[in-house]
Design a protein around this ligand. Structure first.
Ligand code: AMP
Length: 284
């Protein structure tokens, strides 16, 4: 059977026209990405196809979420390959705007979710979540998304964007999707492509330390200050440079000393020059 034709839309106006026309009669599922797609991204697309009638995937490496010292220019890109993958899945629309379309020269408006945006990744990446919230507010508006499918790999991002959607009275709802991992457990990420063979092996320490946290919790440890040194030791034995190891309440993302099943363990670790994140709750 002939595959459904995928439509690539470059212009903001055209995307708004298409989504406004569709939104009256169909539920729109939206998957925002920065491209260089892997199975993690594709799992969100598949979930969107299960739950909604029209699926829009955006590919946009958003400059406002990168600090000048970060990897914007080197961020991996593979548009033709991405398009093939999305065609295979019979996605309806790919929104692929230029920077000038999203941020014209006279652009002035930013969305900032206070407090939660300053925790965890916000400490070392102070403008990151302002960029993410801004671009997602724009994308949700442009795509008229009923549901937005996002990965729990970026757990803080989900919590911040849920707050933003609530605060600004968007009707879009986020569907939280599970983390897709490589066979050995490393969370899939476009940034894994930066890792050398040796670093790729060492990068497994993030997943292993999350599993260690679960194991020690199951053995009865209920204090973050007791658990943390075990994780630190494992990560440092793999030459990981710790940005943070946090035990946090899953709603507020505030640190907690007392541990519960739903407590989220969140990690950011540099392996060589590559900063990786991962997270897990302490028990199902
Ligand atoms: P990115 O292209 O990195 O901006 O990610 C786009 C979306 O894909 C975000 O909602 C991410 O949380 C999600 N994502 C990235 N990696 C994974 C993964 N390994 N499993 C599930 N979702 C993921």
């Amino acid at each position: 059977m002939k595959k459904k034709e995928l439509q690539v839309v470059n212009s903001v106006e055209e995307m708004i026209e298409i989504s406004s026309t569709l939104s009256g009669s169909s539920k729109i599922g939206f998957v925002p990405t920065m491209g260089y797609l892997h199975e993690g991204h594709l799992s969100l697309v598949k979930e969107a196809q299960k739950q909604t009638e029209i699926v829009i995937v955006s590919i946009f490496v958003n400059p406002t979420q990168f600090a000048p010292t970060e990897d914007l220019a080197n961020y991996p890109r593979s548009f033709e390959r991405d398009l093939k993958l999305l065609e295979e899945l019979e996605v309806d629309y790919v929104f692929f705007p230029t920077e000038a379309q999203m941020y014209p020269a006279d652009y002035k408006t930013y969305v900032n979710v206070e407090e939660i945006g300053t925790l965890l990744c916000g400490k070392t990446r102070p403008i990151h979540f302002r960029g993410v919230s801004t671009v997602v507010a724009k994308l949700v508006n442009i795509t008229r998304a009923d549901f937005m499918f996002m990965g729990k790999k970026d757990f803080q991002q989900i919590v911040i964007l849920e707050q933003m959607l609530r605060d600004l009275n968007f009707s879009t709802k986020i569907i939280r999707c599970d983390i897709v991992r490589e066979k050995d457990g490393l969370a899939m990420s476009s940034r894994n492509s930066y890792l050398s063979t040796d670093e790729r092996r060492k990068a497994l320490c993030l997943y292993q330390s999350l599993l260690l946290a679960r194991k020690l919790f199951s053995e009865g440890i209920r204090k973050a200050s007791v658990l943390k040194p075990h994780l630190k030791e494992l990560i440092e034995a793999n030459d990981g440079i710790i940005d943070y190891i946090e035990f946090a309440d899953p709603s507020s993302l505030l640190s907690t000393e007392d541990l519960f099943s739903e407590t989220r363990v969140l990690l950011a670790v540099k392996i060589g020059k590559t900063r990786l994140i991962d997270n897990m709750n302490l028990a199902e």
